[in-house]
Design a protein around this ligand. Structure first.
Ligand SMILES: NC(=O)c1ccc[n+]([C@@H]2O[C@H](COP(=O)([O-])OP(=O)(O)OC[C@H]3O[C@@H](n4cnc5c(N)ncnc54)[C@H](OP(=O)(O)O)[C@@H]3O)[C@@H](O)[C@H]2O)c1
Length: 282
């Protein structure tokens, strides 16, 4: 996510951006963050940092909680008394319910596993702190940056004649660039439209439109990339992982679209754009 904001920075002349990585801004380090905020004094702070290796989290609970939960206390304590609005990312994993219809932000969370629980606990700390904060729950992030399902499929699709991919988990990919664009649009609206300013303090879902399974997505990736690799469907039970995956990650985007008048592209458009970006970098 951070890399996507960096990529977009030059096209948003209205803003001045400052980017920090872990060595300049360890979000678990209150002293360092305080110093940074004193020097920088921003209007908005976008927290892209997280512990995201969900299976490793099952055996590395303390490190996961330090970044996804305890650091939310650090950040909110540092921001208390400052005029800084926080943007924070959370996950579809906090829901973990097979609803059969798009999950709304008001649906009951049911996080399974250390990562999911640590993300929900982090959200709770932010909401309880009363600092102005926008929390975005997203799913299945793809990007030309970092590690993600799309890049893994493109790599394996070139190396292997066939792959097995899970067909009983439903959701939609989120192109990190579309999410970053939405965040910057929301910041602009918040900074310039007093009537919509109060919408900021809330929790929203964001993903690309549409619904698909990992299996169908992998199959589509191979076809779009012109790769011969055959995708075979398997069930979640056939592919055990340390952390449980939700079967249903279809998020309702109604609230964010209505309040901020956002148009969110379909996952297929997102996939094509992201694949073009990956190809351009080769
Ligand atoms: N990826 C997904 O599919 C997905 C789905 C739902 C929600 N999300 C959420 O979306 C957000 C962004 O995820 P992402 O995919 O961009 O994650 P990512 O690629 O794993 O990036 C996380 C970043 O956080 C940094 N970081 C970790 N601990 C830190 C610390 N103590 N201080 C400062 N930086 C630290 C990491 O730095 P190093 O490189 O130095 O380790 C890394 O650059 C996260 O909140 C995640 O939970 C992601």
């Amino acid at each position: 996510m951070g890399q996507e904001f960096r990529h977009l920075a030059s096209s948003y002349e209205y803003f001045t951006f400052e980017f920090y990585d872990r060595k300049d801004a360890d979000i678990t380090d209150k002293v360092a963050l305080n110093l940074l905020m004193d020097g920088s004094n921003p209007d908005f702070l976008i927290n892209c940092a997280a512990y995201t290796t969900v299976d490793k989290a099952e055996t590395d609970r303390d490190s996961c909680y330090a970044v996804n939960t305890d650091a939310c206390s650090v950040i909110t304590e540092v921001l208390t008394g400052r005029k800084v609005r926080l943007i924070h990312f959370s996950s579809d994993y906090v829901y973990h319910q097979y609803l059969g219809f798009p999950i709304r932000e008001t649906d009951e969370p049911n996080p399974q596993g250390v990562y999911a629980q640590s993300k929900l606990e982090g959200e709770k700390i932010i909401r309880a702190s009363k600092i102005p904060a926008l929390i975005l729950r997203t799913s299945w992030v793809i990007s030309s940056f970092g590690h993600n399902f799309l890049k893994t499929m493109l790599r394996l699709g070139k190396e292997k004649p066939s792959l097995q991919v899970i067909h009983d988990q439903y959701g939609a990919p989120t192109y990190a660039r579309h999410l970053a664009q939405a965040v910057l649009d929301i910041i602009l609206i918040t900074a310039t439209d007093e009537k919509k300013g109060h919408y900021f303090n809330d929790t929203y879902n964001f993903a690309n439109e549409g619904i698909i399974t990992w299996y169908d997505l992998a199959d589509r990736i191979m076809k779009e990339a012109g790769l011969k690799c055959i995708i075979h469907p398997i069930t979640t039970a056939d592919y055990p992982t340390l952390a449980k995956r939700p079967h249903w990650s279809v998020l309702s985007k109604h609230k964010i679209k209505e309040r901020y008048e956002l148009e969110i592209p379909h996952w297929y458009v997102a996939l094509k754009e992201c694949m073009d970006e990956i190809k351009n970098k080769e």
